[in-house]
Design a protein around this ligand. Structure first.
Ligand code: FCB
Length: 444
């Protein structure tokens, strides 16, 4: 092993944090679409439920944010729960707003820069009962909620994610059907996507009206789609269709007002220039093949190649180059870029140290070209409820014992702490935590 030493540093003020979401960490919520979904048969793996989750609602956010700040992080991304703030269509819960004010004050006191997501997959039940985001009124409902929230929280936060992964929300709930409401209809998914764009645009304007200094954007799940056979025009077309539908359509509409997919093109004039930053959630890359044996998925087959560096449940293939690709893609919006999520499920914490260092290295490559990347939020601080995959996937730097609420510190805490404190990565760090990728990260 070479014995040289070297380092890659990030600009001063770079944000190093973790990301969480209300339904996944708070626990004790019976009033949103997921709490209902979880009690239906065969929706969540092994009938698991969010339940108490990480018990943030009773106050364990304090100990977890202590952990974050004590290990060198300077920012945190969390989400607030619409169903708590507006439990019924014509009822607001001021105590819930006070609760979130207390959390944001707690972040301020700890020196953690806040980023608040206003919608992270969950809808209040009253909204679900009226068709959720399929309803043409949904954008206005969202705007009304946002107008209630911003005055209450603006003292403590200026960076807002309107909607987390609108592309995943629409595709999982309306194309694949593994998220509520479990539909499989591309036309309905398109309608939902358009309403999400409209809701985002209304929220963008409302937030700026109420807080002119605010910075507002989406967090888009960027998936790298590579043609399985580079020479094959059919594979290239299939990958291109997925890229346009999944990655591009929503943030491009919020840039130029044109929602363009292979199935539908539509103007959304109100959405022009409604992003102040572009939030990128990157996890993995798919190979995409045109496959005549798969009519049920539009003759498209997505897979991880043989020999991939897979996470324990096979959910994520470790492809750091896709992070660089995602950031390069984000450049076209000509806006500051924030990595709003990146991480891997790995209860044994064997892959995560390497995954973390390799992905932060790719972020550094972008920063080294002066691409405007402002922060990195690792998913996640502590194991939490992973949607239809329940508790089978463990994304936390800290593990969670759901019986006792005990937190278990993984080695990756040390890895991330070293990165945050150094504001960069060093050969010493890579040698210590993931020597197997030293030559890749610090290649001559
Ligand atoms: C993202 C979601 C987040 C979490 C991670 C693993 O798609 O935004 O809530 O589930 O995946």
């Amino acid at each position: 092993m070479p014995d040289y030493s070297a380092s890659y540093h990030f600009p001063r003020g770079f944000l190093w944090g973790t990301a969480t979401a209300s339904h996944q960490v708070e626990g004790s919520n019976q009033n949103n679409n997921w709490s209902r979904w979880e009690v239906e048969p065969d929706r969540v793996i092994a009938g698991q439920k969010a339940g108490l989750a990480c018990d943030w609602w009773s106050g364990r956010w304090k100990e977890d944010l202590d952990r974050a700040v004590e290990t060198g992080q300077n920012a945190h991304r969390l989400s607030i729960e619409w169903s708590r703030i507006q439990p019924a269509r014509d009822r607001w819960d001021e105590d819930a707003l006070d609760h979130y004010r207390a959390i944001l004050r707690g972040m301020y006191d700890r020196g953690l820069a806040p980023m608040v997501t206003l919608h992270h997959f969950t809808d209040p039940l009253w909204m679900t009962e009226q068709g959720g985001w399929e309803n043409a009124e949904a954008p206005e409902w969202f705007e009304r909620y946002v107008r209630k929230v911003i005055p209450a929280l603006k003292e403590y936060c200026t960076t807002w994610v309107t909607i987390n992964e609108p592309n995943v929300y629409a595709v999982s709930g309306y194309v694949y059907g593994m998220f509520p409401p479990g539909k499989q209809s591309i036309p309905t998914a398109l309608q939902v996507m358009l309403n999400l764009v409209r809701g985002h645009a209304l929220a963008y304007r409302a937030i700026h009206e109420l807080q002119p200094e605010a910075r507002v954007g989406f967090a888009i799940n960027y998936r790298s789609f590579q043609p399985a056979r580079a020479w094959s025009p059919l594979d290239r077309t299939a990958a291109g269709i997925q890229h346009q539908f999944f990655n591009d359509s929503i943030p491009v509409a919020a840039m130029n007002g044109r929602f363009v997919t292979p199935f539908l093109k539509q103007q959304v004039p109100g959405a022009v220039a409604t992003q102040d930053f572009i939030g990128v959630n990157y996890y993995s890359r798919d190979l995409v093949a045109f496959d005549l044996t798969r009519p049920q998925t539009q003759f498209i087959h997505n897979f991880y190649p043989k020999g991939s560096d897979l996470s324990p449940t096979g959910f994520i293939a470790n492809v750091p180059a896709g992070m660089y690709e995602a950031l390069k893609w984000a450049l076209k919006f000509k806006l500051p870029i924030i990595v709003t999520e990146n991480g891997v499920e790995d209860a044994a914490d064997e892959l995560r140290p390497r995954y973390l260092l390799q992905h932060v290295h790719q972020v550094w490559r972008a920063v080294n070209f002066n691409w405007p990347v402002r922060g990195y939020f690792h998913w996640s601080l502590v194991d939490n409820f992973e949607w239809e995959r329940g508790w089978t996937q463990r994304f936390g730097l800290w593990g969670l014992n759901t019986e006792t609420q005990a937190r278990v510190r993984r080695k990756s805490v040390d890895v991330y702490e070293a990165i945050c404190r150094e504001n960069g990565i060093t050969t010493e760090m890579v040698r210590r935590f993931a020597p197997e990728v030293l030559d890749e990260i610090f290649a001559a």
